[in-house]
Design a protein around this ligand. Structure first.
Ligand SMILES: [Zn+2]
Length: 606
C-alpha cells in the first residue's frame, strides 16, 4: 500500500480525554476516532490490526473444531423473556420497540440467540457435542464509558457456546478452549494471567478468566509469587491463620460463661478495642445483610419460616426475593460480598438499613452479635470458629458480651469462607505471602451447565429414545479490548510497537524524497516485498523525512527501511522494537526485511 492511497491521520498532541496509553495512542496514531459516547470508528490502519486480532482468534477456534456462525445483532425480546434475563439484565441492555410493537434487544451477549438456534436444529444425541462461535458486534449501555475501546458501549466479541450430552464431554471441550485461549493470547503478544475459579460448591462447574495487568483494571487479582496461584479477589482463598490475643499469643478457650458488659457510646471496633484493651482479632464483627433473590432453601433456617418464596420458570429455581442474614467475621477482616452472594446463591447482597438492623437485633446499630440471635440465620466466616474468649455485640443497646466461645455459645447456620483476601495474606497452597495487582478481563471460559437449556426447553433424544437436556459451556474474548491491551503492553514514548502478528503493515519503506534514485530503489524494494507476500507500506508523501519517521514510529510498523541519497546503494534497516540500525545493500533489503518478518511471526505462532 502506498501512503498516498490510504489515510494517515496522526495527531501530534495527546487528546485531553484520553488518560491511558492505549486510548491516547489509538487516537494519536489515527487508529480510531470517537463518534459518540462509548462509540468508536476504526480507521483503515486500526481496522487492519483489528482484523488480524479477529483472524488469530478465528483460526484458533477453527483449529479446535468450533463452527463459525453469525447471529443478528438485533434480536427478539421474546428469547430474553424465555431465559428470564429480560428483567435481570438491567439497564445495561439496550431495548427497542419497532413499528409493529415488537420488543427487540441489541445483543449484549448471545447465550439466548445460540440456545434458540441450536434448540431448533437439535434432535438426536448423535449431533452432540455442538461447538458454535461468532465474532460479532455487541452493545452494553455502560453508564460511564471510558478508556476508549477498553470500556466502550459498542464492542466486538468472539463468543462461543457448546452443547453436550455429558459433563465429561463439556469438560473435554472446556479444556480445548483453555488451551486455544493460551495460544490466541501468545500469538497476540499478550501476557495474560489465567485465573481459575475452582468453585466446587457449584456442583463441579468451573471457570477461568484470562486477565491482563492494568492500572485501570476492574478486577483485583491476588497472586502468589511462589507457586503461581492466581485468583480474583472475589474468589481468592488464603491459608488459615491463628487468632491472637493482645499479647500476641494464640487465643485460648475459656471456661468462664459469657456475660454482659456495659459499653456505653462504644460503637466502632476501634472504640471498643480501646475501651476493653483488646485487639480487633478478639472481636466477632457481626453485620446484618439484606440478601436479594437467594436460591437457598431457607425453610428450616432460623427466623425464616414466614419468608415468601417465589417460583418462576416452572419451579426450576425457587428463590426468596428478600431475606436477611447475620454475617460474623473476625474484627480485623472484611466480608467479601461476592463470596457471600455466591454462598447464599443470591443475585445481590447489601448491608441492611438501620431500621432493619434495629428490628433484627432489637438494639441500636453497632450491637449485633450471634449469641442468642434467633431472628435471622447466622453465617460465620471460618476464621470466627477458630477464635476463643471473644467479644460480641450483646443484642442490647450499649451492651456487649465477653468470654464468648464460638460453638459453645452459638452455632452458625452456615460456616464458610467469606473473608476478603488481601496482599500479605498467605497462599493456601504454599504459604508464601500474596501480592496483588489490578487486572482487566480479556477472556473468560465458563461451564454454564443447564441454566439456559432448561429455561429455554432445549432437548434431544438419547440412545434409548429418551428426552434429555444438554449441558452448556460459554467462552468469550473481547476483540477491541484485546487490541487496546496489546498497545498497553507494547508501546514507548514514540508510539505503538506492534507485535508482528497484528501490525497493520509489517514493513514500511521511507524514501527521504520520493524522486530520482531514491524513488527507484524504494519502488524496487516495495515490489519485491509485495511479491514475497509481505504487507508493506511505501511512504510516497511529499513530507519532510522527520514527519514521515514520526508517523511510521507512532503507527508502530515493526520494520522500517529508509532510502536516502546519502547511503545509496545501501539503505537503513531498523526494527521498531530496537534502537539498532543497520545498513544493507538496497538489493538485499527486501529479503532481509522478509526474513525478520517471518522469524517474528514464527516466534509468536510457535
Ligand atoms: Zn502459593
Amino acid at each position: 500500500m502506498k501512503v498516498s492511497e490510504t489515510m494517515i491521520s496522526t495527531l501530534r498532541e495527546v487528546p485531553a480525554e484520553a488518560v491511558i496509553a492505549s486510548h491516547q495512542l489509538m487516537l494519536r496514531a489515527g487508529i480510531m476516532r470517537k463518534l459518540g459516547n462509548g462509540l468508536f470508528a476504526y480507521l483503515p490502519f486500526g481496522l487492519r490490526a483489528f482484523r488480524k486480532v479477529e483472524n488469530i482468534i478465528r483460526e484458533e477456534m477453527d483449529n479446535i473444531g468450533a463452527m463459525e456462525f453469525k447471529q443478528p445483532v438485533v434480536v427478539p425480546g421474546d428469547i430474553w423473556k424465555e431465559s428470564g434475563r429480560w428483567e435481570t439484565m438491567g439497564p445495561g441492555m439496550l431495548k427497542a420497540v419497532n413499528r409493529v410493537d415488537q420488543e427487540l434487544v441489541v445483543s449484549p451477549t448471545a447465550e439466548e440467540a445460540f440456545t434458540a438456534i441450536i434448540r431448533d436444529e437439535l434432535s438426536s444425541y448423535k449431533q452432540l457435542p455442538i461447538v458454535a462461535y461468532q465474532i460479532n458486534t455487541k452493545y452494553r449501555d455502560e453508564i460511564r464509558p471510558r478508556y476508549g475501546v477498553m470500556r466502550g458501549r459498542e464492542f466486538t466479541m468472539k463468543d462461543a457456546y457448546s452443547f453436550h450430552t455429558t459433563q465429561e464431554s463439556l469438560d473435554e471441550t472446556y479444556e480445548k478452549f483453555a488451551k486455544a485461549y493460551r495460544k490466541v493470547f501468545k500469538r497476540l503478544g499478550l501476557s495474560v494471567i489465567p485465573v481459575r475459579a475452582d468453585s466446587g460448591a457449584m456442583g463441579g462447574s468451573g471457570s477461568e478468566e484470562f486477565m491482563v495487568e492494568s492500572v485501570i483494571g476492574d478486577d483485583t487479582l491476588i497472586l502468589c509469587p511462589k507457586c503461581g496461584y492466581a485468583a480474583n479477589t472475589e474468589k481468592a482463598a488464603c491459608a488459615p491463620d491463628t487468632p491472637k490475643t493482645i499479647d500476641g499469643t494464640p487465643q485460648k478457650a475459656t471456661d468462664k460463661p459469657y456475660n454482659e458488659i456495659a459499653t456505653p457510646n462504644v460503637k466502632t471496633i476501634e472504640q471498643l478495642t480501646d475501651f476493653l484493651k483488646t485487639t480487633p482479632q478478639s472481636f466477632i464483627k457481626t453485620l446484618i445483610y439484606h440478601v436479594i433473590n437467594s436460591e437457598l432453601d431457607l425453610s428450616k433456617a432460623p427466623g425464616c419460616a414466614q419468608l415468601k418464596r417465589v417460583t418462576e420458570n416452572g419451579g426450576a429455581n425457587p428463590y426468596y426475593p428478600d431475606s436477611f442474614f447475620a454475617v460474623c467475621i473476625r474484627g480485623d477482616l472484611d466480608v467479601n460480598e461476592a463470596k457471600l452472594a455466591a454462598l447464599l446463591k443470591a443475585s445481590e447482597v447489601e448491608l441492611a438499613s438501620d431500621t432493619d438492623v434495629e428490628r433484627i437485633t432489637g438494639a441500636a446499630v453497632g450491637f449485633a452479635g450471634p449469641v442468642k440471635l434467633s431472628t435471622v440465620p447466622v453465617v460465620a466466616d471460618e476464621t470466627v470458629m477458630a477464635m476463643h474468649d471473644c467479644i460480641t455485640g450483646g443484642l442490647k443497646t450499649d451492651v456487649h458480651f465477653e468470654h464468648v466461645e464460638p460453638n459453645r455459645d452459638f452455632t452458625p447456620y452456615i460456616t464458610a469462607d467469606v473473608r476478603t483476601v488481601v496482599a500479605g495474606d498467605k497462599c493456601p497452597h504454599c504459604g508464601a505471602e500474596f501480592y496483588s495487582k489490578k487486572g482487566n478481563e480479556l477472556g473468560h471460559i465458563f461451564k454454564l451447565g443447564y441454566k439456559y437449556t432448561k429455561t429455554m426447553n432445549v432437548t434431544y433424544l438419547d440412545e434409548n429414545g429418551k428426552q434429555q437436556i444438554p449441558t452448556m459451556g460459554c467462552y468469550g474474548i473481547g476483540v477491541d479490548r484485546a487490541l487496546a491491551s496489546i498497545i498497553e503492553e507494547h508501546h514507548d514514548d514514540n508510539g505503538i510497537i506492534w507485535p508482528m502478528s497484528v501490525a497493520p503493515y509489517q514493513v514500511a519503506i521511507i524514501p527521504v524524497k520520493f524522486e530520482g534514485a531514491m524513488k527507484e530503489n524504494a519502488l524496487a524494494i516495495y515490489e519485491e516485498l509485495q511479491k514475497a507476500g509481505i504487507e508493506v507500506l511505501l511512504d510516497d508523501r511529499n513530507e519532510r523525512p522527520g514527519v514521515k519517521f514520526k508517523d511510521i514510529d507512532l503507527l508502530g510498523i515493526p520494520v522500517r527501511i529508509v532510502v536516502g541519497d546519502k547511503n545509496l546503494p545501501n539503505v537503513e534497516l531498523k526494527c521498531r522494537n530496537s534502537s539498532e540500525m543497520q545498513l544493507v545493500p538496497a538489493k538485499d533489503a527486501a529479503a532481509k526485511a522478509a526474513e525478520i518478518v517471518k522469524a517474528e511471526l514464527a516466534k509468536l505462532n510457535g
